[in-house]
Write a protein that binds this ligand. Sequence first.
Ligand SMILES: [Zn+2]
Length: 56
Amino acid sequence: MDCPSCEEHIGWDWVEDEEIEPNEVFECPECEESLRYFIDEGTYLGPQHKTVEVVS
Ligand SMILES: [Zn+2]
């Protein structure tokens, strides 16, 4: 994924290593912005689509 704040790439393997769950707030390792991700099941984009947003 790309951080929506600083646009740095964050690997999903990093997210898994940090054991960050969907809907859980975490800090971008690059800019320390508070972020959160969701998994959308079965959208037209494919069977599984992850969305990352800044927590404001
Ligand atoms: Zn960032």
